[in-house]
Design a protein around this ligand. Structure first.
Ligand SMILES: Cc1ncc(C[n+]2csc(CCOP(=O)(O)OP(=O)(O)O)c2C)c(N)n1
Ligand code: SF4
Length: 288
């Protein structure tokens, strides 16, 4: 039987002690084990940032890509090898600044992958600049007078972009986070998971204590219906995005792969794509 230890490797993370990303790593490892997949059935694709290092710390296939580009790589991989479970991950800068275009289009495309954002509301790796998730008035060395723009609201954005799975977790609650990621992996479509993952070194405002004080757990909201998009939007707006749990899920929406005409049941990696010279010349003629 596979356990979370099977997803451990011997690389020691060089995150700062107390960084929220440790818990995200643990939750992914536990969720993968709970789903019952083997390390060789999983690929973790990351962007650049402290968070982006995660692909190197999990015993699975992995690829540490470039800033903001985890999602295109992850989607290409899934299209080529549909039997692989693919998790894309990165920071809020990675996903909501440089990679924002990919985030919105991946959500509406609904390819069957899981996207875990480690949202610390700051740029960690580059030593503490304001990110699109920093609140208005947030002071850093890049906004010494306080951030002027309102912050990106990832849950609202996902819901209005046609997401079929929207959830949010918190590094301090590994149990809930594991359950969310497990549900995300099992979801047949794009699962968008934002995780409050505090940066203990540079973000002295959005700390563990701050989140504990401000977060509402959906499991405590009586009668909440996560299949209702309107209700999801309402709870997100009422809590100003400070809510954890599975906020919305549509289990019936077809994934992108299911709708691509001619998408073969055999993964591309297992197909013999070699052409005879005759076939190649015939194909070439089509373009003449
Ligand atoms: C094309 C490009 N632009 C800018 C950078 C510099 N850079 C590296 S990480 C980063 C942001 C990191 O913040 P985030 O994505 O939130 O991740 P964190 O480090 O907080 O986990 C930036 C701007 C880069 N590596 N590549
Ligand atoms: S700088 Fe912040 S985000 Fe980066 S490893 Fe340290 S605590 Fe984590």
């Amino acid at each position: 039987m596979v356990t979370f230890k099977d997803f451990r490797n011997n690389v020691k993370p060089n995150w700062c002690p107390g960084c929220g990303d440790f818990s995200v790593q643990t939750a992914i490892q536990r969720a993968a084990a709970n789903v019952g997949i083997q390390p060789h059935d999983l690929a973790v694709i990351s962007g650049i940032g402290c968070s982006g290092r995660i692909s190197g710390y999990i015993h699975s296939y992995g690829f540490h890509g470039i800033h903001g580009r985890a999602l295109p790589i992850a989607q290409g991989l899934k299209m080529a090898n549909k039997d692989l479970h693919v998790i894309a991950s990165g920071g809020d800068g990675d996903g909501f600044a440089i990679g924002m275009g990919h985030t919105i289009h991946s959500i509406r495309r609904n390819i069957d992958i899981t996207y875990v954002v480690m949202d610390n509301q700051i740029y960690g790796l580059t030593k503490g600049q304001t990110s699109p998730r920093s609140a208005e008035g947030f002071k850093t060395k890049s906004t010494p007078g306080g951030a002027i723009e309102p912050s990106v609201q990832p849950l609202e954005l996902a819901l209005t972009s046609g997401a079929t799975f929207v959830a949010q977790g918190f590094s301090s609650d590994i149990k809930e986070l594991t359950a969310i990621i497990e549900a995300g992996i099992n979801h047949k479509g794009f699962s968008f998971i934002n995780v409050f993952s505090p940066c203990v070194t540079y973000n002295k405002v959005n700390t563990y204590d701050w989140f504990k004080e401000h977060l509402t757990k959906l499991s405590t909201v009586e009668g909440y219906d996560s299949t209702n998009r309107e209700e999801a939007m309402k709870v997100v707006m009422e809590t100003e995005g400070l809510v954890t749990g599975i906020i919305y899920q549509d289990e019936n929406a077809p994934s992108y792969q299911e709708q691509v005409p001619g998408y073969a049941p055999t993964p591309l990696v297992d197909q013999n794509l070699k052409m005879s010279e005759q076939e190649f010349n015939a194909l070439l003629q089509d373009f003449m």
